[in-house]
Ligand binder design. Structure first.
Ligand code: TRP
Length: 331
């Protein structure tokens, strides 16, 4: 809690083209918190450097991610939008929390295991302590709820454990955050291999639909989506491809699986794939238009970042000072 409002915090990495999985599971839902909660949405550039980045691209994507936040409906007047590295308190608290996080806990994080398998030549300490930085992000703002995709739930649980551990050692200091996993945050799967999560870094670009793909590309990708040799559009255990397309269609149109089955009864996969592609492209069109408009005004984006960082710093410093006092630093 900050003042009389509950707090929401979430972060998005500026590390690649975001997918419809990021959109449906996270970005799209962020704006609904603006009225009721005090909201912080951060572009987490410090998390991004746990894997190698091309500097010019990282910089460009930082602007792009901020623009995307706004294009997805986050009004900078109502939400604190900022860049993680602009608020040094994240790095400071992260170091402190590292000393309250166990080696074994970090070793159990599935994202660490996945990423270190994928980047075997660069298993750096930052990749290992990535979840502690994420805990610092969340705990600095006395966050009550953290809207995330299901893949980040384990990290939020670690943040809870760290908060509880610290509170027990030094008296109540941090709000213990709750993860909120959106229904539409159900995993959106790859179009090429629907047993695998859709990933922005997939080498097969047909497997992934990006938020910024144009309409023709979106429709082409859905047309090529891997399905099965059956012909019926229905949700069933053995039909990963169709299940995934039904989930995506449901997320974009708000229709239930029952309604979708009725709508496509007696129709083929071709028709259905086209409908999914069109629903997706139509939903993304206004986001893309706004995004392009914002990116042409860098000064505006810089102003948003600056104001956001000032506002975030104010709250972050309060928590950080409290923490430093409790652990015995001279301040
Ligand atoms: N790790 C998150 C992801 O990759 C991004 C993130 C960083 C985040 N800090 C956060 C999400 C704090 C929620 C809260 O998706």
């Amino acid at each position: 809690m900050l003042g009389d409002k509950k707090v929401t915090f979430s972060g998005v990495q500026p590390s690649g083209n975001l997918t419809i999985g990021n959109y449906l599971g996270a970005l799209r839902n962020f704006s609904k918190y603006s009225e009721e909660f005090q909201t912080f949405y951060c572009v987490v550039d410090m998390h991004a450097i746990t894997v190698r980045q091309i500097p010019a691209e990282l910089r460009r994507r930082t602007y792009e991610t901020l623009a995307l936040y706004i294009a997805c409906g986050l009004d900078p007047e109502k939400n604190c939008l900022y860049v993680q590295s602009h608020v040094p308190a994240h790095a400071e608290l992260s170091w402190i929390l590292n000393c309250y996080t166990m080696f074994g806990e970090l070793g159990r994080m599935t994202q660490f295991k996945d990423k270190s398998a994928k980047h075997a030549d660069n298993i750096n300490a930052g990749l290992f302590t990535y979840p502690t930085l994420m805990a610092a992000d969340i705990l600095l703002y006395q966050t009550d709820v953290v809207p995330v995709g299901i893949d980040q739930k384990q990290h939020v649980e670690l943040a809870r454990n760290i908060a509880n551990r610290f509170n027990q050692a030094y008296s109540e200091t941090f709000t213990v955050p709750e993860p909120i996993i959106e229904k539409s945050g159900m995993k959106i799967m790859s179009l090429a291999d629907p047993t695998k999560k859709m990933s922005k870094s997939d080498e097969n670009t047909n497997a992934v639909v990006y938020i910024l793909d144009d309409k023709d590309t979106i429709i082409r990708k859905f047309k090529r989506a891997v399905t099965d040799s059956d012909t019926e559009i229905r949700y069933a255990e053995s039909k990963d491809g169709i299940n995934n397309l039904m989930s995506i269609y449901s997320c974009f149109t708000g229709k239930s699986f029952g309604e979708i089955e009725a709508e496509f009864a007696g129709r083929g996969y071709g028709d259905f794939k086209l409908a999914v592609g069109e629903a997706c492209a139509d939903a993304l069109a206004p986001v893309q238009a706004k995004y392009n408009e914002l990116l042409s005004d860098k000064a505006y984006l810089e102003n948003v970042m600056k104001n956001g960082a000032e506002q975030a710093s104010y709250f972050a410093r309060k928590t950080l000072t409290k923490v430093k006092k409790k652990i015995g630093f001279v301040i």
